[in-house]
Design a protein around this ligand. Structure first.
Ligand code: C5P
Length: 229
């Protein structure tokens, strides 16, 4: 099985209020994107790593791929206005040998390699009618459905999960689902579900949390203090 991982890193990260695009913001000694590449370089089945970045960051991203030991298998491309545009830019340059595609947020720089491995393993066992595998974690907060200011209903927490990345798909599935795409989506599993296929879950990891705000960045810095490499 040839695996391609598309790392979307072209977001501006306005909610982080940093002076660089989010994926290029340092968490300790290294940027989110550099950290995100680390587990990817450890994957035995890796055929290709594609990083999708802002136009003025292409060369920097290529240097990061090289430093991660991915020069021969790495490719940097320019992203688009929305996350989904950036995913499409990555899909457009898939290597011929890639038959499994993982889409990963650079904004989840501490995702352990085991999560990638679980997703890849589960994609390898998809059956008829199943189109992808995504990592999930339990939700700790009590969830409410709201109607304006008012609470409309309590959501049964045991029935919901928070979805992380990498999200994995057979290449043909993710390509076809994106060809038929209308409207914008915040995750790739949603696109495959819209195409009528089931998406299955695997165990995610607390460390795969997404860095969105400055508080998230502080949490990442605390992890960096544990692991300064
Ligand atoms: O903004 P948010 O944190 O939801 O973005 C998730 C991931 O998608 C980030 O890694 C970000 O860099 C990427 N992204 C992108 N292109 C965009 C918007 C977001 O690659 N236009």
């Amino acid at each position: 099985m040839g695996v391609a991982v598309i790392v979307v890193a072209a977001g501006s990260g306005t909610r982080l209020k940093a002076d660089a695009p989010k994926a290029f913001v340092p968490v300790g000694a290294r940027s989110m994107l550099e950290r995100a590449l680390e587990p990817i370089a450890q994957l035995p089945a890796l055929e290709q790593a594609i990083v999708v970045v802002p136009a003025d960051r292409l060369q920097q991203a290529e240097r990061m791929l090289e430093a991660a030991g991915l020069a021969g298998r790495g490719r940097a491309v320019i992203g688009g206005a929305e996350r989904q545009d950036s995913v499409l830019a990555g899909l457009a340059v898939l290597a011929d040998a890639a038959d499994t595609v993982l889409v990963h947020d650079a904004a989840r720089p501490f995702t352990p390699v085991e999560v990638f491995e679980r997703v890849i393993e589960r994609v390898g066992r998809l059956t008829d009618g199943e189109g992808g595998a995504v990592p999930v974690v339990p939700v700790v907060d009590t969830l409410k459905q709201v109607d304006g200011e008012q609470i409309a209903a309590t959501v049964d927490r045991s029935e919901v999960r928070a979805v992380q990345t990498p999200q994995g798909f057979p290449r043909a599935v993710i390509e076809a689902a994106n060809r038929e795409l209308t409207g914008m989506h915040t995750d790739d599993a949603g696109i495959v579900q819209r195409a009528g296929l089931a998406v299955v879950t695997v165990e995610g990891h607390p460390r795969a949390f997404k860095i969105t705000t400055q508080d998230d960045l502080l949490r990442g810095m605390a992890m960096y203090a544990e692991d300064p490499a």
